[in-house]
Design a binder for this molecule. Sequence first.
Ligand SMILES: Cc1cc2nc3c(=O)[nH]c(=O)nc-3n(C[C@H](O)[C@H](O)[C@H](O)COP(=O)(O)OP(=O)(O)OC[C@H]3O[C@@H](n4cnc5c(N)ncnc54)[C@H](O)[C@@H]3O)c2cc1C
Length: 270
Amino acid sequence: MEITPKNQSFQMQTYKVAKIIDENYRIKTFELGASFKGKPGQYIMIWIPGVGERPMSLGSSSPISVTIANVGRFSNAIHQLKEEDLISFRGPLGKAFSISKLKTGNQILLVGGGYGVVPLAYLAREAKKKGIGSTAIIGARKKDDVIYTNNFGGAKIIITTDDGSEGIKGNVIDAVNKIFGEGEKFDAVYSCGPEKMMHRLAEICIERKIYCELNIERYMKCGINICGACAIDGKICCRDGPIFTAKEALRFKDFGKCCRDASGKKVELH
Ligand SMILES: Cc1cc2nc3c(=O)[nH]c(=O)nc-3n(C[C@H](O)[C@H](O)[C@H](O)COP(=O)(O)OP(=O)(O)OC[C@H]3O[C@@H](n4cnc5c(N)ncnc54)[C@H](O)[C@@H]3O)c2cc1C
């Protein structure tokens, strides 16, 4: 079987947790005592024996790190780990964000919310190495939910909160409209966050003829294109994504509208 991108690894690997960082009241970063050749937008499938496997975006590949919100059974089990405990995973998996066509001096816009900032911050740091400048619009419900602002490699940061407790009161789309309205120009836009937000962002980028890539995080089970749990209109998120262009995403009739839950049932997105 041909493996693309070539840096993917389906083998289970196990490393010690070297460092745990408390990002906020419910999000922790886990740095492992190992590095690999992962890229921003790719993910690893973390396995906890007796609990299950879940995909997590890479926050860094050197060292390998993931940033996890404690929202349910699996993420809670990870949050119980201590430094020196072991984490097993398969990866890196999936397609990465693409900045290969961009040149030194180009400017990119990053739009994310919640733990969606994790792959975007990694992308900003990689872009900086190529001399590409980044502006990041980070959305959160409230001040305490804003994370990662120091991980964007010095990018310009714009924060929005629903309640106005930090930055602009409103959502990231309000900030995107504002920044475009002020005449700022970007060579490409990258996003990771709630699908409804990314759907609107995709429309805005198409209207403005700006290249845009989105990280579509569908419920994944196998990560290797066997089970079909993450299918979206003929594409398999774990293999064909999770990164899709805005053009591709807008062709998916389920994009921004509904997704499959753990049982495979279609549920409406709110
Ligand atoms: C490609 C990809 C990358 C991902 N990267 C990350 C990552 O970097 N960090 C991360 O924390 N998660 C990430 N996820 C989500 C992760 O895989 C799990 O779905 C998540 O940890 C919840 O699993 P759980 O078993 O703890 O909760 P579940 O039992 O599956 O869910 C518990 C409840 O929380 C809700 N829920 C699930 N996720 C969230 C959420 N993020 N915020 C609020 N409510 C939620 C569910 O709807 C459910 O009601 C990613 C998913 C994909 C597909």
